[in-house]
Ligand binder design. Structure first.
Ligand code: SAM
Length: 231
């Protein structure tokens, strides 16, 4: 699967892929990461990519020309590229989107900077527009990385043990049960002995009860959804 980061700040993004699971996925050619800098498409003699906002107001806006030309070029190279804009003015990105988007062959994430992107670019090129939460970041790079990471975990072969995907939080309305490792007694803090007795049906019941407790505490609306679905 191909990802293209359309960004003025490639360096911010690059470091994320230098270690761990996604680095291995790149080495195995399961995912490929590319970069496209709109500044390289600017026809301004100083390579400017921003301008003051039409109608006034504070801050600069990314002007249409460099992004129009960069994205046209990208589409010419791959007509199947799925272009995603990151902006707080959008639907929230959720796990179901991550799973759905993991089936695409090529996703381009377009990162805004300053006060955002001239709306005409979004109107012309967006296949989808996402926000990663109700807060304002300085740029779309972190948001693009969040999406790329969540999508990549769902691409076949990226995770060593794909079973772990089925039991994660958001696969059902319930949040995942707490995880424990070894030893059973760590400085006087014990893992429930039920986990160690090998009775899988009892372990499942215990995990379900713990999942419900966690969900009730952190996401009560999700517990309601779970109860409605299971009746
Ligand atoms: N003026 C914009 C507003 O109030 O909606 C905020 C612009 S923000 C400072 C600059 C860029 O960061 C945006 O164009 C977008 O790409 C990115 N960004 C900021 N917050 C984001 C969020 N919650 N989700 C996705 N992208 C975000």
């Amino acid at each position: 699967m191909n990802f293209t980061f359309v960004t003025l700040f490639k360096n911010i993004v690059e470091g994320y892929f230098s270690d761990s699971i996604l680095k291995r996925a790149i080495e195995k050619n399961i995912i490929n990461i590319n970069y496209l800098n709109p500044r390289e498409f600017s026809d301004n003699k100083h390579n400017k990519v921003d301008d003051s906002a039409a109608g006034g107001g504070a801050g600069m806006v990314m002007n249409p020309q460099p992004l129009f030309d960069a994205l046209s070029d990208l589409k010419e190279q791959d007509e199947n590229v799925h272009i995603v804009f990151l902006t707080p003015v959008a639907k929230p990105f959720v796990q179901n989107d991550a799973k759905r988007l993991s089936k695409k062959s090529h996703i381009a994430f377009v990162s805004g900077r300053y006060e955002g992107i001239d709306e005409r670019v979004i109107e012309e090129f967006a296949d989808e527009v996402f926000s990663i939460g109700d807060y304002i970041l300085t740029g779309g790079e972190l948001a693009s990385l969040v999406m790329c990471d969540a999508i990549s975990r769902n691409v076949d072969g990226v995770l060593g043990n794909c079973e772990s995907l089925d039991i994660e939080s958001f696969e059902t309305p319930l949040l995942e049960a707490p995880s424990f490792s070894k030893p059973q007694n760590f400085r006087g803090f014990f893992v429930s002995s039920e986990y160690l007795k090998g009775n899988h049906s009892k372990i499942r019941s215990l995990k379900l009860a713990l999942s419900e407790c966690k969900t009730k505490f952190f996401r009560p609306e999700q517990l309601l959804k779970h109860r409605t679905q299971s009746h």
